[in-house]
Write a protein that binds this ligand. Structure first.
Ligand code: FES
Length: 81
């Protein structure tokens, strides 16, 4: 069986060539507290066409939610108040 040795980078910002894994890495380095302005400063993300900004913010939110939920959290068992 042949194994692929290529990794596929998921680009979030085409203009600055920023990948999703770079954004997640920055989140890890900042303890889950990376912000959109951190992404602008670090990578220049969003400074050209700006089409990536919404997706980048959703990655930040997703990461922050995953960091702040207990290990055994099951959203199916959550009760809406
Ligand atoms: S895609 Fe990020 S600035 Fe254009």
């Amino acid at each position: 069986m042949l194994e692929s040795n290529t990794s596929h980078a998921m680009y979030v910002c085409i203009c600055q060539q920023v990948t999703e894994s770079q954004i997640r890495q920055l989140c890890r380095e900042r303890g889950g507290k990376a912000s959109a302005s951190d992404l602008r400063e670090q990578f220049g993300l969003g400074l050209e066409c700006g089409k990536c900004s919404s997706h980048a913010r959703s990655i930040l939110r997703e990461y922050q939610q995953s960091v702040h939920q207990p290990e055994n959290y099951d959203p199916r068992l959550a009760i809406a108040v």
